[in-house]
Ligand binder design. Structure first.
Ligand SMILES: NC(=O)c1ccc[n+]([C@@H]2O[C@H](COP(=O)([O-])OP(=O)(O)OC[C@H]3O[C@@H](n4cnc5c(N)ncnc54)[C@H](O)[C@@H]3O)[C@@H](O)[C@H]2O)c1
Length: 332
């Protein structure tokens, strides 16, 4: 099923979190499709936003350095938009445990404020919300489909779940078209790599390029699936334009799932150099680790015609190449 992207030509699009990893790729794609793109981002230093992510399209997008928690500013920014891609988020699971209220304010309360602004000022907007597989917690069965019980193991998972359900509620009650994609580990150029705050894959890439050993927590047997960022952008665009997505939740994921040890070996082999070491699981991470996870993506495939196109080896190769060239823009 080919997606219909004509509706983006000349469309007024707002991306929250637009200077972050996924938001910046989405912005580039939308600019290419002829959309008028505005990026909202707070550029909080610990988070994933980086102006270098949009270096090549900087003169073709509007940038608003605004915090999504600023209800007045968001209320003005939301008016007259045709599409809202709602990607701004506090993404660190560990930080959500040490500073739970900030996570609540960004991932839940601000989302509700944004939806209220839509209800009051722009009911015709179409919203796609970036949710997470973290809402499922430790899988009770694999692969995990959308009917799997919801049992988040950290504050971030709970707040993202609330953020997601506010969107579905406003779709159901007020007819504001909204849907949510539950993303799995997403990787690619521009992902946050400076430290271990966000994903283990990001810091592994940094460790490899710095010629340090990749550190695997535990026995490395946990299995995960990964999406290259262009596939996630494709899913976001399909969800935005297909009316069948309204009021729906969709898993993203990949049929190719690997153990962390296999992933480390693959990275070392693509890099042509490097090594990994196993270290004991830090206690604060162990308590919120979800173990094995991979998705069942048959729903989005059947309803929106989406399936991931990029194989892990190819995507990792492109990502490593990017950070070899541009690492100075991502860590000191
Ligand atoms: N990357 C993944 O593996 C993954 C997995 C599951 C879900 N997600 C979700 O996808 C979305 C995008 O993730 P990403 O990987 O691009 O992360 P990212 O950190 O690169 O991007 C998020 C952006 O949001 C911005 N932001 C954070 N708080 C903000 C605030 N209060 N006001 C304005 N801007 C703010 C950050 O500055 C950053 O640029 C997030 O909502 C995340 O929860 C990502």
């Amino acid at each position: 099923m080919a997606p219909n992207h004509d509706s983006f030509a000349g469309a007024d699009v707002l991306i929250t979190g637009g200077l972050g990893f996924i938001g910046s790729h989405l912005a580039r794609r939308l600019v290419g499709l002829g959309a008028k793109v505005t990026l909202v981002d707070s550029l909080i230093p610990e988070y994933g936003g980086n102006l270098f992510n949009i270096e090549d399209i900087r003169d073709r997008v509007q940038i608003e350095l605004t915090d999504v928690r600023d209800a007045n500013a968001m209320s003005n920014l939301i008016r007259h938009r045709q599409f809202l891609f709602n990607l701004a988020g506090q993404t660190s699971h560990l930080d959500s445990m040490t500073d739970p209220v900030t996570d609540l304010n960004i991932n839940a309360a601000a989302q509700l404020q944004i939806l209220e602004a839509c209800r009051l000022h722009n009911r015709d907007v179409k919203i796609v919300f970036a949710s997470t597989r973290q809402v499922y917690g430790r899988p009770k069965y694999l692969p995990v489909d959308e009917n799997h019980p919801l049992n988040p193991v950290d504050v971030n998972g709970i707040n993202k779940l609330a953020g997601e359900w506010y969107h579905l509620l406003y779709n159901g009650v007020y007819g504001i078209r909204a849907c949510a994609l539950r993303l799995t580990n997403t990787y690619g150029p521009g992902m946050r790599v400076k430290d271990a705050r966000q994903t283990f894959l990001g810091i592994w890439i940094r460790q490899l390029i710095e010629k340090k050993p990749i550190q695997i927590f535990g026995n490395g047997e946990q299995r995960r699936d990964f999406n290259f960022v262009s596939d996630v952008v494709d899913a976001l665009l399909r969800a935005a334009t297909n009316p069948d997505a309204d009021g729906q939740i969709f898993n993203l994921g990949h049929a190719e799932h690997v153990s962390l040890k296999e992933l480390a070996k693959l990275l070392v082999s693509i890099n042509g150099d490097g090594r990994y070491e196993m270290i004991s699981f830090p206690e604060d991470r162990k308590t919120i680790d979800i173990g094995d996870y991979y998705s069942d993506c048959r729903k989005i495939e059947a309803q929106l015609g989406w399936s991931p196109q990029v194989a892990l080896r190819a995507g990792l190769g492109e990502t490593l190449e990017y950070y070899r060239r541009f690492h100075a823009h991502y860590w000191p």
